[in-house]
Design a protein around this ligand. Sequence first.
Ligand SMILES: NC(=O)c1ccc[n+]([C@@H]2O[C@H](COP(=O)([O-])OP(=O)(O)OC[C@H]3O[C@@H](n4cnc5c(N)ncnc54)[C@H](OP(=O)(O)O)[C@@H]3O)[C@@H](O)[C@H]2O)c1
Length: 333
Amino acid sequence: MSTRNRQWLINGNPRGRPIQLDDFREVEVELVPLASGQVRVRVDTLGFDPAQKGQLENVSGYAAGNNIGDVMPGSGIGRVIESKSERVPVGTHVLGRMGWQEVATVDAGSLQLLPDDVPATAWLGPLGTTGLTAYFGLLKVGVPEPGDTVVVSGAAGAVGSMVGQIAKLMGCRTIGIAGGEAKCAWLVDEVGYDAAIDYKNEPIKPRLKELCRDGINVYFDNVGGPALNDVLARIANHARVVVCGGIARYEQATLPDGPANYFNIVFRQARMEGFLLRGYEAEYEVARARLRAWIDSGDIVYREDIQQGFDNIPKTLLRLFSGENFGKQLLKL
Ligand SMILES: NC(=O)c1ccc[n+]([C@@H]2O[C@H](COP(=O)([O-])OP(=O)(O)OC[C@H]3O[C@@H](n4cnc5c(N)ncnc54)[C@H](OP(=O)(O)O)[C@@H]3O)[C@@H](O)[C@H]2O)c1
């Protein structure tokens, strides 16, 4: 067995600007001996999330900070190749905070052991933080009622595509906002959204007026920016605006002005509320069981965008910010 390990380290802080490839540096290091309770995992697949930009920016809060020279953090799945833990023997399939490296040395207690009866990558997407974020954000913060009109931004993304399907299962009408013809066609033809708005090729405001005559009851926002302002103009009485993410601002140098239409929250007696997935940890198991049942029955479909190769790891993160990813962004090492 090789005792060498290739890693991508943090090499720059992209705060207030787009991530660049030289924000990462490749190194090759010698593996250190395992301590008691640790295991060595051959990383097979990494998952990507826009919040990783926050992890590069040395901030605390939503995405806890890191330092220049640290291995870039990231979730992944892999097989245990060496173990000093009785709980996690060699050969076990695991999910955890692997980081951007070929071989991760981790505490066995931090790993989730994966069953072999669903494709392992599902644990990075619909059964992982992606699916859970959609589930809790929509059901606990959005509180959809049958007959509600639910609008979702970033709708063709990993979280957004799940939100639309859960909302449909709750008896809602769903409208997705996404960039490009192919993503919008997929939303309506395969994901089951009732309608899609291609924000890159048509203005959002008149389309919302046409599609949401009685107003918007729930807005699940992954994006912020101008779309949020357009939606606020059309919210229904007692609407719920769920702030999940704000990718439109993740690369900006200065904080954007607040949405001009925010006062409609007063007129419509509406609620706008942010959430963090980790606030619902105690309920993960129940949520996973429901998501699993919906996936097994075919009520929820999901799409993966799988890039290949250790060398392409940094480039793959950039795809989330250009909108090149189509479904949950993954990379097979
Ligand atoms: N609150 C929480 O606990 C929590 C947990 C996990 C994730 N999140 C947030 O959930 C959101 C979705 O995450 P994800 O993993 O599902 O990513 P994703 O939607 O699969 O990928 C990001 C998508 O954002 C869109 N985008 C990129 N730049 C944009 C811009 N300037 N304006 C508008 N759209 C833009 C692109 O789609 P188009 O091609 O359609 O533009 C891109 O495909 C992120 O904001 C993330 O930070 C929050």
